[in-house]
Design a binder for this molecule. Structure first.
Ligand code: 13P
Length: 343
């Protein structure tokens, strides 16, 4: 029987579980591999991702879904099984990044619009056959002196909505990701500005989703948290980040949305975990709230692995630790002592 969009979405935000974003594009994964002096070949990318997806305990207990890049959804593990099979064998759901990247938006200096709508319906049909049951599209919103502009907000929200509708038409749950950046060059904005811009962005996105007739009960929202820009010099307490983030959701996210899964966006591993835990600890939230982290789930594992076959177990151990900590955070039960004890 085919699983409904609502069932898939609910499974993605099951208590204590969250999403592994392993959908780095070729240029992004090259940057990650550069940090461990590893050449980015198709085999190296396969070996790295195979290490993560075969970390059985981490995957089984803490990872509800994995976002893949086009290359990865077609790749085989060393034993000849599809990487997708490794994921489904642990009970986790394969997903796919379908946007083709953020490109300069004409007449909007410093702003982008995310591309990838042309031919998307046909690509979704193929991805569904390859096993994907959810997808991701990332829109990028930049804060600056006079940014974001209404033009960039509406272009990005419109694209997100058209993508989301096409996904649902094809039995795929759309992860709707409008990322308000915290780590763009010269990100001097305050947490107050991030609060305002994130709320305004979500309002425009939900207006467009409504106009596109997207069924909100079959999406996952992937937002940023409300944090100061990395060059602001401002230090917000973790509880302020949690309170402001939840306030934005109450103001702008309909309660029919089943789940919210955060990006980490350049936060340190531990801070991304602490913030998530404090957000969930606020309690009485109508949405399942969890992680959909890339860097904050993978950085330690990548470093421990270092591209060496003899370090696979060490890489998996580091990955398990971050998954466990974030699993606790998804329940609002993480604390700093647990972080040290288990490590
Ligand atoms: P980060 O957690 O590294 O921000 O990546 C999440 C993601 O999928 C961005 O699109």
């Amino acid at each position: 029987m085919t699983e409904s969009l609502q069932d898939i979405a609910r499974r993605l935000v099951a208590p204590g579980k969250g999403i592994l974003a392993a959908d780095e594009s070729s240029s992004t994964i090259k940057k990650r591999f550069d940090s461990i002096n590893l050449a980015s070949t198709a085999d190296a990318r396969r070996d790295y991702r195979e290490m993560l997806f075969s970390a059985d305990q981490a995957m089984r207990n803490h990872v509800s879904g994995v976002i893949l890049f086009d290359e990865t959804i077609r790749q085989q593990a060393k034993d000849g099984r599809a990487l997708v099979e490794l994921i489904t064998a642990t009970g986790s759901i394969p997903g796919i990044k379908v946007d083709t990247g953020a490109k300069a938006l004409a007449f909007h200096p410093g702003e982008t619009v995310t591309e990838g709508l042309d031919g998307l319906r046909e690509r979704l049909v193929e991805y569904h056959k390859l096993g994907a049951r959810f997808a991701k599209w990332r829109a990028v919103i930049t804060i600056g002196e006079t940014l974001p502009t209404p033009g960039a907000l509406s272009a990005n929200a419109h694209a997100l909505a058209r993508y989301a509708a096409l996904c649902q038409e094809n039995g795929i749950v759309p992860i709707v990701e409008p990322e308000v950046l915290m780590d763009n060059p010269n990100a001097t904005h305050t947490i107050e500005t991030c609060h305002k811009v994130t709320e305004a962005t979500l309002r425009v996105v939900f207006d467009e989703l409504d106009r596109a007739r997207v069924d909100l009960s079959g999406i996952i929202l992937k937002p940023n948290m409300v944090v100061p820009g990395k060059d602001s010099g401002q230090k917000a307490s973790p509880s302020e980040v949690a309170e402001r983030t939840v306030a934005v959701f109450h103001a702008a996210v309909p309660t029919s949305v089943p789940g919210i899964a955060f990006l980490s966006g350049g936060q340190s591993d531990e801070l991304a975990t602490e913030h998530l835990s404090l957000i969930n600890a606020i309690g009485d939230l109508p949405w399942g709230i969890t992680f959909s982290y890339g860097r904050a789930l993978q950085a330690a594992a990548l470093k421990a692995w270092g591209g060496k076959p003899e370090n696979v177990a060490a890489g998996q151990q580091a990955f398990l630790h971050r998954c466990r900590m974030n699993g606790l955070a998804a329940l609002g039960q993480w604390n700093a002592e647990l972080e040290r004890e288990v490590a």
